[in-house]
Design a protein around this ligand. Structure first.
Ligand code: ATP
Ligand code: MG
Length: 185
C-alpha cells in the first residue's frame, strides 16, 4: 500500500497525543487513571511529544499494519524509558533516496556493550531494571524483521544517562511531478 509517510507518522503520533490528553483530563478530574494504555511503570509520569517533520509528501510503499506496530513499539519504549517530564522528539526527513524517521528520548540510555544486542529476541538490558518495566524483549526484534522486510534499516544512537535515538530508514524514490508518460490520453 502506498502511503504518504508524513501523514502516516503524524497519524500514529496523533494517537499518542490523544492518550496523553486523555490522561491529563483524568488528572484534572481527580479521577483514577487506568484508561490510558501507555506502558509505564509510573502512571503519574509526564512526558510530551514534539515533531520535526519535513514539509514534503513522502510516498512509500509499506505494510501499514505492520509498520504501525513498529512505530508503536519504538514509541512505547521511548515512553517506558523516559524520565518524568521527558520530551520525545520525532523527526521525519528525506535524504538521497531514503526517508528517515527518528524517535529520540531523554531516558536512561543504553550501555555501549548492549547496543548491538537489543535487537536480538528476548534481549533486555539489565534484567533487574527492566523487570519492573515489564515486557518480553521481543518488540525491537520484531520491529527489525518488519523494517528489513521493507528493505529498510534500523539502528540506535545512545548515550547513557542522556537518552537514545532510534532511526528507521526506508528506500525512497522521489516521484517526478512532471508525470512523464502518463499525461496524454
Ligand atoms: P517488549 O517490547 O517485548 O514489551 P522490551 O521493551 O523490553 O519488551 P524491546 O522493545 O525489544 O523489549 O527492547 C529491548 C531492550 O532494549 C529493553 O528491554 C531495554 O532494555 C532496551 N531499550 C529499548 N528501547 C530503549 C530506550 N528507548 N531507552 C533505553 N533502553 C531501551
Ligand atoms: Mg519494547
Amino acid at each position: 500500500e502506498f502511503v504518504n509517510l508524513n501523514e502516516f507518522f503524524g497519524y500514529v503520533l496523533d494517537r499518542f497525543d490523544m492518550m496523553i490528553k486523555r490522561d491529563q483530563e483524568h488528572d484534572n478530574n481527580a479521577s483514577p487513571r487506568g484508561t490510558g494504555k501507555l506502558p509505564t511503570d509510573d502512571p503519574n509520569k509526564k512526558y510530551s511529544i514534539t515533531r520535526d517533520f519535513t514539509k514534503r509528501d513522502l510516498w512509500v510503499e509499506i505494510d501499514t499494519d505492520k509498520f504501525m506496530q513498529v512505530v508503536d513499539n519504538i514509541m512505547n519504549n521511548a515512553i517506558k524509558y523516559s524520565p518524568d517530564g521527558g520530551v520525545i522528539t520525532c523527526r521525519l526527513l528525506e535524504t538521497h533516496r531514503h526517508v528517515i524517521l527518528s524517535i529520540s528520548d531523554q531516558g536512561l540510555g543504553i550501555p555501549r556493550k548492549d547496543l548491538g544486542k537489543i535487537f536480538d529476541r528476548f534481549y533486555r538490558v539489565d534484567k533487574a531494571r527492566s523487570r519492573k518495566q515489564g515486557g518480553t524483549g521481543l518488540g525491537l526484534a520484531i520491529s527489525k524483521e518488519v523494517i528489513e522486510a521493507h528493505n529498510g534499516r534500523v539502528w540506535v544512537d545512545s548515550q547513557e544517562g542522556k537518552g537514545s535515538t532510534f532511526y528507521i530508514s526506508l528506500p525512497y524514490e522521489p516521484i517526478d511531478s512532471d508525470g512523464g508518460d502518463w499525461d496524454e490520453i
